[in-house]
Design a protein. Sequence first.
Length: 358
Amino acid sequence: MPVARGATGWRLTRVEVAGLVTVALWWAWVLTSSVIHDRSVLWGSPYLVAPAAVLLGVVLGRLAGRVDRIGPAPDPDLRTQPLYWLLARGRWVDALAVAAAVLVLPGTPVHLAPVPAPLGYANANTAAATQVMAFCGLLLLGTTGRVRRAVLAAAAVLAGVAGVWHGSWAGITVLAPVALAVLVAVLARPRRTWWMTLPAVAALGSAVAGLLWLTTRRTWPEVATSSLSDVRRVLWQRALELWSTSPVGGGGPGAYVEVNPYASDPDLAAAHSSLLQVLSELGLVGASLLGLLVVWGLAMAAAKPAPWALVTLAAWTALWVHSLMDHLFDHPALGLLAGVLLGFGSRASIRTVPRPPG
């Protein structure tokens, strides 16, 4: 019976090389923009940290996908040892996924930022739970053991419940398609990937069009005001006004704070839209590089076997659709989780080989 085993060596795919180049260009433009506008960029800036977190996540995801199923222990007594049980057949990855599903619950003792735990922001908490749920779905695709499937399925449901529990309506809206993608991937096991990118591109395009349409309106429809708040309308319009003063290069890193009437409130200092924040401070050049990063993630996801591709495409798209109306990438944990999903299950990181005798 074939099993997944780690491939020897570490070979970068063309898509991964393209991602490295894009991130390098992004960092180069951020630093160049800071010099042009005579603005300092702190090392903790999301412009520098978020791409690094995604790349680190890809590395960790590939490592998790390269777990070598070590097979039966030569000594029968060794099979009963807890450490062997944890390491054999990749159970340490399962344990991390289950732990992550628990840690994204409201009230978790892990506080990476002030309340609400764990990330200090309800929308970010729901987004993190969505990514964890998707990762549990990817692990479900790689196992046939009944006990392991039951545990991972329970962890996926727990993460989904955590996402709803945090109460972010925007997050719940994008969580639902990811949950559906996990169900379809696990139960139907699709065999083709080409059609999966179409809904992802359509969702991203529609979200961008809706964002720009709302931003250019002085007054919003009641449904938009009630769901997104009038404060967000002001934040978005100020970002667009700053961008209009320098469309190509933007105002420089950190310039948005100077035109933001709510900048004194740490929760409202950002534009609450990744695209508008980048447009206002890094201009069309930065927005173009941001678009390349999104496309790179789609390409990374689409390069996987079909079931894995479906889940990863859904999770990556959901995160970016959500971040169009929020500042999710200010939280490095989200970039890390997204990168793990991109790196896990790629054709370059796992291969199918016969199970050794014994």
